[in-house]
Ligand binder design. Structure first.
Ligand code: GLN
Length: 308
């Protein structure tokens, strides 16, 4: 992959032109009222190749709510602190259910299928809550160090909006508690979960933050955050669980480990080659960014750079 071989800038400009012509943009998430206020016309894309300068097009520097994309960051933080112990309380299998499905914790022992469905992410939050002295500050510091960007922050309006309407997550956490897989107080763990989901980043910041997963565990300034083995496992879970019940379609159409969020963001990595982020707030029926998927499909098709 070199500048001579692939003209990334032209490809990204072409994708931007094509995608922004689309009339069908999906539905902006409305179950978190603060997210319903976001203009569905936004579209941004940002590419950070390992051996080429980064390129951003459209609204690539506008921060948005990363929502479930934070689940990769909390998993990374928990792996760094607890390593393989975390797999005693959360599995690594994909599901055929939506991200917020309740039955996942009812099957037997209360161990959620994977860390990216809400039930699994809430268990990971609980682990971090037990480990961290000041969960709110320590998690933010972890993310800021990972991305080498101290401007990243929580959006307390989005946090409050989700907390005020978090009935389903409350049910999930209560079910986990009843099945002995939540060690701390339900409210406190959920508050921490909503804070993580409220993290705000632009496409540019997402590509920087996820550089570590593309680079064997070393972040953008070469600091080692995860071992290559831990990184490999996170990428495998992104590939198999990052899009919930849409994961087969994403692998088929795009072919990269990736994670989506109901704020309309997607970040994808090609290990050893590049990180790419998109933002378009309109979602498909499975809660993933409609135009983001389209843009990434065009990108891996035009560049021939998918892992398959
Ligand atoms: N905070 C959201 C929730 O718990 C995250 C969901 C998502 O982005 N898929 O419902």
């Amino acid at each position: 992959m070199s500048k001579e071989q692939i003209d990334f800038e032209s490809i990204l400009n072409y994708i931007h032109n094509e995608v922004t012509k689309e009339v069908q943009r999906g539905q902006v998430a409305s179950y978190i009222p603060e997210l319903a206020k976001v203009d569905p016309e936004h579209f941004g894309i940002h590419l950070r190749p390992i051996d080429h300068s980064p390129i951003g097009i459209g609204d690539f520097s506008t921060p948005f709510s990363i929502q479930s994309i934070c689940k990769v960051l909390s998993l990374a933080h928990a792996l760094k602190l607890l390593d393989t112990d975390i797999w005693k309380r959360v599995g690594v299998e994909p599901t055929h259910e939506p991200f917020n499905h309740l039955s996942l914790t009812e099957k037997g022992n209360g161990i959620p299928n994977n860390p990216f469905i809400n039930a699994g992410a809430i268990v990971v939050c609980d682990m971090l809550y037990s480990q961290l002295e000041n969960p709110e500050k320590d998690f933010l510091d972890f993310v800021r160090n990972l991305s080498d960007d101290s401007s990243i922050n929580y959006d307390k309006k989005v946090y409050a909006s989700e907390k005020a309407n978090g009935y389903r997550n409350h049910a999930t956490a209560s079910l986990l508690k009843s099945l002995n897989n939540l060690h701390n107080d339900v409210e406190q763990v959920l508050n921490f979960y909503y804070l993580q989901c409220s993290l705000c980043m632009s496409c540019e910041q997402l590509s920087k933050t996820f550089y570590c997963f593309m680079n064997g565990g070393k972040n953008i300034v070469g600091q080692e955050f995860l071992t290559p083995s831990q990184t490999k496992r996170i990428n495998a879970i992104m590939l198999t669980c990052g899009f919930y019940n849409d994961v087969g379609g994403f692998a088929f159409n795009v072919g990269l480990p990736a994670k989506s969020g109901v704020g309309g963001g997607i970040v994808a990595v090609y290990p050893g080659k590049y990180c790419i982020s998109t933002w378009s707030p309109g979602l498909n029926q499975k809660g993933n960014s409609l135009l983001g998927i389209k843009a990434l499909e065009m990108f891996t098709t035009e560049t021939k750079l998918s892992i398959f």
